[in-house]
Structure formats: C-alpha cells, structure tokens
Write a protein that binds this ligand. Structure first.
Ligand code: NAD
Ligand code: TDX
Length: 337
C-alpha cells in the first residue's frame, strides 16, 4: 500500500516544527512534508535530528502563491493537510496588518482550493482561542465551540476570517475539514518575541522584561507537545466539519508567569519593567476543552511541570535562541521599546 502523505504548513515555525518532529518520529510509515516559506519565524536548524530521516521532506513555498501550491498538491497528492503556517504575533499585526491578511486569509484560501482540487482525506486548520475575543475576569466563564467569534486584533481577525473560509469549504464543497482553536502554547523552539521565551532569554541575560499595562491580563497556557497530540488525534479521529477547542485549564496572569520564570532562575524581580499597554489588549482567555476530551485527548503537562521542562530546554539550547535573537529580530525588539 502507498505511504500516506501528510503536508504540514508552517513546519519550520514553533508549533508546526514541534508537530513535524512528533509525526516523523511517531509515524515512520507516513511521509511528512514540511511546507514553509522560512519567514523571520521559521528556521530549519530545529530539524537537524530528523532532516536525514527517510520520511521527512522539506518544500520551500509561499502558501499564498497559488500557482506553486496548486502544482505542488497536484504532483504530491497529499492525503492529509495540517495547516499551521501563519503570521502569528499580535504586536506585529498592530504595526503591519497587511501581511496577516495576505498569509492568513489568502494563503488559507489557496490551500483550501489546492486540497479541494485533489480531494484530501482531511484538512485540519490550526486556529486560536483569540478568535472568540476576550473574557472578563469571572473565573467560571470559558470559551466553548459555540462562543461567537469576536476577534479584537488584526491577527485574530485574520485567523477568524480564515476559520470562516474553512467552514464555508465544508458547507459548500463538503471538504473534510476540522478547525482547532488552542490556547497559548509554550515549550521548545518558541520564538523569543512571545512572552515566555522572551522572559526566559532576557532574564538569563540579566535584561529587563517588558510587562504590558498592569500585568493582570490572563492567558491559558498549554505545552506545545499536548497541542501536537491534539492535532494528531483530530487529524485521524475528528468528525468532519467540527470545531475542537484545545486547552488544559492553566490560567495565569502575565505577572505570575514572569515571576515564576524569574524565581525559577534565581534572579531578582527588579528585572520586571512595566511598559505601555498593548493596543486593544484582550483581558482574559480560558478554554473549555470538554469536546476534545470526549474524543480521547488528555494533556500530559500542567503549567508547573511544563514551565520547568521549558526553562531547562532554554538553558540547554542557548545556541538556538542566541542565533534567533541576533540580527533582524534584535532590530525589531529595539524598535518596540
Ligand atoms: P510561528 O510564527 O512560530 O510559525 C509560523 C511558521 O509559518 C513559520 O515557520 C513561517 O516561516 C511560516 N510561514 C509564515 N508565512 C508563510 C507563508 N506565506 N507561506 C508558508 N509558510 C509561512 O507560529 P506558531 O506560534 O508556531 O503558530 C502556528 C499556528 O498555530 C498559527 O496558525 C497560529 O495562529 C496558531 N496558534 C498559535 C498559538 C500560539 O500560542 N503560538 C496558539 C494557538 C494557535
Ligand atoms: O513583551 C511582552 N510583554 C507582555 O506583557 C509580550 C510579548 C507580551 N506580553 C503580554 C501580552 C499578552 O497578554 O503577555 C501575554 C502573552 O503575549 P504573547 O506571547 O504575545 O501571546 P498572545 O498575544 O496571547 O498570543 C499568543 O497566543 C495565541 C500567540 O502569539 C498567538 O499566535 C496565539 O494565537
């Protein structure tokens, strides 16, 4: 029997990169294609342990390049699509929203056409809890799959737009899709523009950590490996057309997160610097994952065990993040503050 082919878009980024490694190691009987443009957020250095494996393949392409993507899908006849590629940073979407529409909306539509053209077995669209907007601080309220979409940032608006297109391709063309909406991820290979890796890398260098506003905004944190397992499950078992929320009930204020990292590394809380708030800063995200749990998913990390593993990983992999924060990224960070 021919080997199943899975194309992972954005497989050189943080979550897609972890997913590629997870799948290459778990399924030697599948061919895994990493399709990525290698923007500032993508690098192949993270894949040196798998790059010579027979079931790993890399294709450099822009998901919004219709001609290239249609031709690639026609040639390779992928069975499954796991779609992670996106512009993913909320702050960048505030300073330059256009590329978010180009990649996240138009790029997703091109992929849907390519998947429709060859008739894939499953198209999993990896989305985010940010499409639901924000919750207030009442700890008994959660986002469910029925919560209306009310995105507040250009980033989340572009993701919500792509979610609607994915839904429409199911309703109109019966494309076998699932949409997953996950809470904030953290773990190995997280790009240091995001709160957790930014804090770890700056604290290790004895640099100030910028905390937006009063630091009381709440995010619901999930270790990236638990997200990967969720996508694997949905890819194989998800009921066509359904949305699945992904989260592990690990709500923390930003200040709690930053203090946990500082204290674990034995540094001073004087490193915290309160800076101007993010425009349109969502107060709180919190996921109700009941539907996915009923499909058979259970997270393996809580926040304490996950953050300890992650800090250890950053201590052991300094060469990866030092190379990432030099050059272009340094210019971006210096412009921010
Ligand atoms: P990331 O920014 O680390 O990686 C994005 C990857 O996409 C990079 O490798 C980049 O090179 C690639 N890419 C960007 N534009 C492309 C294009 N036009 N064509 C091909 N490749 C392109 O992002 P991430 O944090 O790994 O997020 C992955 C996905 O998960 C995104 O869709 C994001 O919306 C979603 N998500 C992220 C989180 C989170 O906490 N990071 C939570 C929920 C959902
Ligand atoms: O320097 C900072 N200081 C700070 O206080 C940064 C970068 C962030 N923050 C705050 C803003 C948020 O409340 O920390 C919180 C987390 O910020 P980010 O790491 O930028 O993540 P967030 O905006 O919550 O979005 C993330 O989770 C959902 C991902 O980047 C998205 O791609 C995903 O969809």
């Amino acid at each position: 029997m021919a080997k199943k082919k899975i194309v992972v878009t954005g497989g050189a980024g943080f979550i897609g990169g972890n997913f590629v490694q997870y799948m290459v190691n778990k399924y030697p009987e599948y061919d895994i294609y990493n399709l990525d443009l290698l923007t500032y957020a993508g690098d192949l250095a993270k894949h040196k342990d798998i790059e010579n494996k027979e079931n790993y393949h890399f294709v450099k392409a822009d998901i919004a390049d219709r001609e290239a993507i249609m031709a690639l899908f026609k040639k390779e006849k992928f069975d499954y699509v796991a779609h992670f590629a996106a512009e993913s940073h909320v702050d960048r979407s505030i300073t330059d929203p256009g590329i978010f529409v180009q990649t996240n909306v138009l790029g997703t539509q091109v992929l849907l056409d390519a998947a429709k053209q060859i008739g894939v077995t499953k198209f999993v669209h990896v989305s985010t809890d940010e499409v639901y907007g924000e919750l207030d601080f009442d700890p008994t309220t959660f986002f469910t799959e029925e919560t209306p979409l009310q995105p507040n940032s250009p980033y989340s608006a572009s993701k919500a737009s792509s979610d609607l297109l994915v839904r429409a391709y199911h309703e109109t063309f019966h494309l076998p899709i699932n949409i997953t909406r996950c809470s904030n991820n953290y773990g190995p290979f997280h790009f240091p523009e995001k709160l957790i890796p930014l804090t770890i890398s700056r604290v290790l260098n004895d640099e100030k950590v910028p905390v937006y506003g009063d630091g009381k905004n709440i995010r619901d944190w999930l270790h990236v490996i638990d997200h990967c397992a969720a996508i694997d499950l949905v890819l194989h078992e998800g009921v066509n057309g359904e949305v699945y929320n992904v989260g592990g009930h690990n709500e923390r204020t930003n200040l709690e997160v930053v203090k946990t990292i500082i204290n674990t590394l034995g540094k001073s809380e004087d490193l915290i610097e309160f800076v101007a708030d993010r425009l349109g800063h969502d107060k709180r995200y919190a996921i109700d994952p009941t539907k996915l749990e009923q499909l058979g998913w259970k997270p393996t990390y809580n926040f304490e065990s996950g953050i300890a593993q992650t800090i250890d990983w950053y201590l052991e992999n300094k060469c990866w993040w030092e190379q990432v924060i030099s050059g272009e990224y340094k210019k971006y960070f210096d412009q921010q503050y």
